[in-house]
Design a protein around this ligand. Structure first.
Ligand code: IMP
Ligand code: MG
Length: 173
């Protein structure tokens, strides 16, 4: 397996992150936000995104996983749940990538049952072709083709998360 050419450079990603933060800043004017990073994948995107958010916010995390190597198991496991009570709060869920949609759909329903005032979804990448469950993405970075990608938080078997860019991960032939 090899890491291919960057699909999105560090500069392209930073520009997009800033654009997303600007949309969030203008949409949530006057609100108090709970930004929730979905770990591990979203750690880099989340920390870059919140640096550009100008409205009052608290941060929290969920550690969830459904993937083994490059395959989804279809079953979402929660390893760490929110510490904050989100009842009546404006919640922004921040995810690295939406693929089948199973993870985000599961998390969204789980959090909606706690009666937040609002709940929106921000995802850096959207692998639309693979969607099994429809989920509304309020803030979307890039749409990508049906390829496995690594870097900028995204992993293969927990590796490559530290790359500052996003690249296609290819099976060597
Ligand atoms: P879903 O439940 O199929 O939408 O999968 C979402 C999760 O799978 C993401 O949060 C990622 O952690 C992981 N994932 C999906 N596609 C990729 C990929 O191309 N590279 C790395 N991780 C991925
Ligand atoms: Mg993830």
């Amino acid at each position: 397996m090899v890491v291919g050419k960057p699909l999105f450079s560090a500069e392209e990603i930073q520009k997009k992150v800033q654009e997303l933060a600007e949309q969030i800043n203008s949409d949530y004017r006057g609100a108090e936000l709970v930004a929730v990073g979905i770990l591990k994948g979203a750690f880099m995107f989340f920390s870059d995104l919140v640096k550009h958010i100008k409205i009052p916010l608290t941060i929290d995390f969920i550690v969830a996983s459904s993937y083994i190597k490059t395959d989804t198991t279809g079953e979402v496991k929660i390893y760490y749940d929110l510490r904050e009570d989100i009842t009546n709060k404006d919640v922004l869920l921040v995810e690295d990538i939406i693929d089948t949609g199973i993870t985000m759909n599961f998390l969204r329903e789980r959090l909606l049952s706690r009666a937040p005032r609002s709940l929106r979804i921000c995802a850096l990448l959207d692998k639309k072709e693979r969607r099994v469950v429809d989920v509304p993405i309020d803030y979307k970075g890039f749409e990508i083709p049906n390829e496995y990608v690594v870097g900028y938080g995204l992993d293969y078997d927990d590796q490559y998360r530290n790359l500052p860019y996003i690249a296609v991960f290819k099976k060597k032939v």
